[in-house]
Design a protein around this ligand. Structure first.
Ligand code: KG4
Ligand code: ZN
Length: 335
């Protein structure tokens, strides 16, 4: 089965082709226009998707050396995301599905992140615990099997990626904040500043990151007031360690409580090499299997959407033309 995937939920225009075994092509174009505004401007995002989507579809087919006639179905992100951006992908998908007379399916973007490791063809064993850490979400999920999920924990305020982005803004490091913080942290001392690890000792699986960001703000302001040097690498390294500690601690605890041997780390923040190393080390210590997508499959991409579509279409599921985008779509318990 060859599936075409389309992802336009935020500021990445991406198109991919996957088959039963692997990703055949996965073209990702990150919109640059937003950098000068310090965050994504929704109207600019949808306009850029409009101009970029068709050339990227053509590029994906060219790279895969396939034609429209070769595909068996289509998958498109239907939410969560920016309404206008989602609509561009959705309308394109419906138009193509209608003209090719092929089935299509709307995919929850969060499920896409969860299944990125499957898109890569990694031998994931279930049940598993998955931590999704992206710009909009921080979720701990019990996965019985692909498409069967139970949410066991979530952030009660900012998402982990949002904390990276807001902290980078406080430090004047630009947007997106995650890569900038990671780069600066490389030369910093992670023990330099004792930032808080919120909810770490609570016996639930929820997270909170807004206090951490405020803590960085107060720390920077106090240095400025006292005319003391602001050592950006130390702040970045200490911040990154505080985020990693909480994420790792709760994920390992979830594995133990739900008697799972597999941990999956997913979402844009999973690109962070310190975080990846912390998870790898702890999983090794507790003898758990650890899966994390290749860096380019952690941030938004269409291969993960195509894979989710592949799994669902193969089960006989599909959407009809009344399907609409749902900007605030959540991942709900499915068993
Ligand atoms: O999954 P994603 O591409 O989009 C959403 O679905 O939100 O995640 C984007 C988030 C941003 O907050 C960005 O700062 C963060 O992922 N991110 C990182 C890194 N690369 C991207 N955070 C930490 N370290 C990174 N290297
Ligand atoms: Zn995402």
């Amino acid at each position: 089965m060859i599936i075409l995937g389309i992802e336009t939920s935020c500021d990445e225009t991406s198109v991919a082709l996957v088959n039963d075994l692997k990703i055949i092509s996965n073209i990702i174009s990150t919109q640059k226009i937003h950098e000068q505004y310090g965050g994504v401007v929704p109207e600019f995002a949808s306009r850029a998707h409009m101009t970029q989507l068709l050339p990227i579809v053509r590029e994906a087919f060219r790279e895969a050396q396939l034609t429209f006639k070769d595909i068996d179905g289509l998958a498109v992100t239907c939410g969560p995301g920016l309404a206008g951006s989602l609509l561009v992908g959705m309308c394109f998908c419906k138009g193509l599905a209608a003209s090719l007379k092929k089935p299509f399916i709307g995919i929850n973007h969060i499920e896409g992140h969860i299944l990125a490791v499957n898109a890569q063809g990694l031998p994931v064993e279930y049940p598993a615990i998955c931590l999704v850490v992206s710009g909009g979400h921080t979720l701990l999920i019990y996965i019985k099997e692909p498409t069967k999920y139970k949410i066991i924990g979530r952030t009660i305020d900012d998402a982990a990626g949002e904390a990276f982005d807001k902290t980078a803004k406080i430090l004047g490091l630009g947007y997106p904040g995650g890569p900038a913080i990671e780069k600066n942290a490389k030369t910093g001392n992670e023990k330099a500043i004792a930032f808080p690890r919120a909810l770490m000792d609570n016996d639930n699986f929820n997270f909170s990151f807004s206090g951490l960001k405020t803590s960085v703000l107060y720390y920077v302001e106090s240095l400025k007031k006292n005319n003391r040097e602001i050592v950006i690498p130390d702040i970045c390294a200490s911040f990154q360690k505080a985020v990693s500690d909480v994420l790792v601690e709760k994920s390992i605890r979830a594995l133990q409580e739900f008697k799972c041997n597999t941990l999956i780390l997913a979402g844009g923040v999973a690109r962070n090499s310190t975080l990846r190393e912390c998870f790898e080390k702890q999983c090794e210590k507790y003898q758990k299997n650890f899966f994390v997508p290749a860096p380019e499959l952690c941030t938004d991409n269409a291969a993960m959407i195509a894979k989710a579509g592949h799994i669902r279409l193969q089960k006989g599921e599909y959407s009809d033309f009344s399907l609409d985008v749902v900007p605030n779509l959540s991942l709900s318990d499915s068993f």
